[in-house]
Design a protein around this ligand. Sequence first.
Ligand code: URP
Ligand code: ZN
Ligand code: ZN
Length: 476
Amino acid sequence: MDRFDLIIKGGTVVTSADSVRCDIGIKDGVVTALAGALNGGESIDAAGKLVMPGGIDSHCHIDQVSSGGLETADDFASGSRSAAAGGTTTIIPFAAQHKGQSLREVVADYHRRAAGKAIIDYAFHLIISDPTDAVLGQEFPALIKDGYSSAKIYLTYDALKLDDRQVLDVLATARREGAMVMVHAENHDVIQWLTENLLLQGKSAPRYHATAHAAAAEREATHRAITLAEVVGVPVLIVHVSGREAIEQIAWAQRKGLQVYGETCPQYLFLTADDMDREGLEGAKYMCSPPPRDAANQEHVWRGLENGVLQVFSSDHAPYRFSGGDGKTAAGANAPFSKIANGVPGLEIRLPLLFSEGVRTGRLSLQKFVDLTATRAARLYGLYPRKGTIAVGSDADIAIWDPERQVTISQNMLHDNMDYTPYEGRAVTGWPAVTLSRGEVVWNGTEITATPGRGLFLPCDLPEPARPNRSGILET
Ligand code: URP
Ligand code: ZN
Ligand code: ZN
């Protein structure tokens, strides 16, 4: 019997720490050897290629019903296909609680949605919108122990938003049980007040979404989330950070020694609010919350990634098609911005865009690229070292990159179930030539080669970065 099921030969193996020329031996889906020259099994020639940990997309909405009642276009089949074709081997979507629902039942429902469909492995974050005594006293703690060790909470959206008292209760539970809390930080009343007044002034086009979701609203809510976490004495992760105002708050907290983490997404590097300023509802294709800002803010986001204030680069893939009953135009051709679904797709292009514009331009090292797109998410959400690195004992989740491959992004080449991409016509250099999930080729550079249902659910450990290093006010 061969020593290995597969050997990846002759590539440059990149982790968040190193780049090394070596072969990778894989047995039973796991990396079992890293050495100069390995023999004894089938091989893939990776000469001239970069062999990196498959990406972890730790923020994507798959087969999820939005706060406005719309269903995302991607289910676990199309979402995981799209992820794999872009070099991602783990997704962490959400099991989203709507008010009145049992968190346990929500989780069971999302497992049914994923079953038999995913081609790559997946975990779940919880979304807690109804932190009742039963949810915080029993369901959330039990689910954390069962491998759902992160939860997202919202400071905006009528159907999801928690008040400050509820946020404190969720954070206190997370502190006690060791979970990571992610916060969607925008000030709800500011957004509502601006929206109502903009609409009264007849300003209803998609571009006014950016005015309503002002950077000041994001800044205030970011600061508030940080403050509430400081009061409780627990780490917190601010998701989809859009620009300077929020970054300054996160950097301030980090300088104070608070355990505050930050995530950003492609839309804040590659889109601006001007993209929403188009004929009719065309601008809706670029609407997400928080919204893309301007070129100066893009530069701040780049710097946040470079200098470590922001640690995670996810897609926030929120796939609402342009047309159809669950799409951006569901409320009609003249719908005001406030009635248009928020969110943009990005699962497949997340890594190629950052590689092309970050690594190839010299802004980001290869190590930083791997850290931002895979390793850090694995650590922050309790999947490391099974996922997020290439090491003996880790799952053989690997993307073999052709760093020279030129691709013009277009919806018809993507594998999601969308009818548009906000990045149509954008040229990138560098694309995964092969994606492996637990040693099995799932993307061969031209087509998906995996069977739906092979993806496994990943219970997450208690994340080490969620462990508090300071007391809350009640403990002092
Ligand atoms: O606009 C966005 N980001 N939609 C997805 C839901 C969320 O808040 O992340
Ligand atoms: Zn959000
Ligand atoms: Zn999101």
